[in-house]
Design a protein around this ligand. Sequence first.
Ligand code: SF4
Length: 479
Amino acid sequence: MNAPSPDTLRRGWCPSTLKPMETGDGWLVRLHPPGARLTPAQLQRIAALAARHGNGLIEISARGNMQLRGVTAGSHPALVATLLAERLVDEHDGDGPQRLTLVSPLAQLGCHSGASRSEEPGIHEHDEASGRAGPLGASCIQDSVHGFRAQACGLPRNDGLGDRIDALALAAEIEARAREVSGLPAKFAVVVDGGGESSLEAFAGDLRIVATAPGRVVMALADRLWFGPLAESEAGAVVAQVLARFAAKRAQTPDAIRRMGDLAADELAALTDLPATEAPAARPASRRAGLFALGESHAALVGLPFGRAAAATLDRLAQASEMLGCPEIRLSPWRGLAFRGLSEANAIALLDGAAADGLITCDDDPRLSVQACAGAPACSRAEAPAMADAARLAQVLAPDLAAGLSLHVSGCVKSCARPGASDLTLVGESGRYRIVIGGGARDSAVATLDLSALLTRLQPGQDLHARLRAAGRLSGPTK
Ligand code: SF4
């Protein structure tokens, strides 16, 4: 296995297994498991590899991708060889995205007309021991959960998530067709939304498919223009046509066209032969953690605080899920893992154990409203310890975060964790934070403060709290 070239390792590259990205704590290696799903045994295996070949930290990105941190030039070849040999990743050689579709981890298999299209997982089992810690819940994390060792909360549930198409099967078809299209940007995103209660409206997409009726979908381009309706069975071919036309358009001026949103309205409309249509009605936001009833079985959706966990934590979680009979784990864009196919009692047991281990099991956990990058010391570009400070900020702002305030803590202006605007954005700068209200990392700051002053002035009755309220970024009674 050859080491990646220095050019491959440049920052800003969309990383993959074969093309890691250099960061402050070593190489970041992104994994794309086949079909975006894992068995508990596979998750244990990945945890063991993260500990052996990296620094033992595992992340799940806001695109539902898994990534290992702290890999080195010396450890990368053996890591890649093992991942490929054990079919833990599905890497292709093309120039486009390794995976471009985003599907809810709670999407129902075989919904409506696509019942026969869902593939069996083809999951590769193995039985190698993985350096296990004790059973989940037997020893709680002491150092990284920052006071959030809550119990699994009131366990609300959804009975019947109401998907109107087989979003998983459609996403698999789109992935297969997209591999035939060269010239797509590496970060191109296709959102496939089954139209049920697990809405993906919160995630931006270059192209979006939303089911509006059983077996019927509409399509959005750049989240601006809507087209359709069309049959679920035709959607894969229509998306492939759009991708091919976009790639051809982009080939004319690749530097000017990086994403679908760079095209004007008439250029977007020229990508499809479908008629324009109205945007579908907005749906309530999805729950991002907790217990879900999926037909006859249940799922436990567990979030990783700020998208990151120790390999040992995930190993304990995987072991527990295996003991509880979980057949399938899906990666969640809410930066966690969905353990599917469980009985209700076993899903609750898994959530209880995860909560005791410091993981997120309640939709109102304030950490779910915080986006934070690794920051210092993990990232060499960081000008502040973003992730560590995010935990303290989440505690101070817990009531406001639970009420809907969005907080982004970025170690520097590059804004890796969240490209867009938040109610409150904090940008690391020489050990302090630039404070942006209602904007992104490059917008004008209202002040620049160190963490201590920031924590004080964000308290009710202090000036920054008042400014957030005046900007309409806080709800609830004035204090
Ligand atoms: S935003 Fe965070 S992770 Fe990205 S380069 Fe800056 S400090 Fe590093």
